[in-house]
Write a protein that binds this ligand. Structure first.
Ligand code: 13P
Length: 219
């Protein structure tokens, strides 16, 4: 059995009250598996609370963030540095296509990955195809084709596997390639069964505790 990583990207969803509802429901039904690591990336404001909840309740999941500042600490209004995030987060999603659409560049992504590594956060670098540059030091990549995000039309497992394989042969040191885009409990296994896919990055389907725990169960 290969090691898998299942990551929830909550995007800009949930208040603390809603997150608490999710966590109390999820903790009742979630069945950890020895070969599957699970991480939840809530909106920034909820990161410390989710992290404390996970610790207090001994939930075997990790917490991540959805972005990081490309700068170290200092006069950068509105930004959160990797040093600050590292108190609570083990992972950071970097370069999501929704952020790149707002102007984030490959060079920003490189700086953010460097910050993550400096402060011991594991970057998860998002790419829309095998041609997007992946900064050195990256161990986890998420392949998320834009047309599959939030549309209910996932890529084919065969094409996702082809892209994952191309990424792994182009860059040494990549340990995990995740697939993201309309993943559900119905289709997750078709992706995780593929030779080169080592997990999934889940948006919409991760907002519901039953569906997200079903994804972990089915993967
Ligand atoms: P959906 O699972 O909602 O398609 O979103 C995918 C995604 O963008 C995860 O980062």
């Amino acid at each position: 059995m290969k090691d898998l990583l299942i990551v929830a990207n909550w995007k800009e969803n949930k208040t603390w009250e809603e997150a608490l509802d999710f966590l109390s429901e999820f903790s009742k039904i979630y069945e950890p598996k020895p070969n599957v690591k699970v991480a939840i990336c809530p909106p920034y404001l909820l990161v410390p609370e989710v992290s404390n909840y996970v610790r207090t309740n001994n939930l075997s999941i990790d917490v991540g963030v959805q972005n990081l500042s490309k700068f170290d600490e200092g006069a950068h209004t509105g930004e959160v540095s990797a040093r600050e995030a590292a108190e609570f987060a083990r992972f950071a999603i970097i370069g999501h296509s929704e952020r790149r659409a707002l102007g984030e560049t490959d060079s920003d992504v490189k700086m953010k990955v460097e910050m993550a590594i400096k402060y011991n956060i594991e970057p998860i670098v998002c790419v829309v195809n095998e041609n997007v540059p992946i900064p050195s030091g990256t161990k986890i990549v998420a392949y998320e084709p834009i047309e599959a995000i939030g549309t209910g039309n996932p890529d084919t497992p065969e094409n996702a596997d082809r892209v994952a394989s191309a990424i792994k042969s182009k860059y040494q040191g990549i340990m995990h390639v995740l697939y993201g885009g309309s993943v559900t409990s119905e289709n997750v296994r078709r992706f995780t069964q593929m030779q080169n896919i080592d997990g999934v990055l889940v948006g919409g389907a991760s907002l519901d505790p039953k569906e997200f725990s079903a994804i972990v169960k089915q993967c």
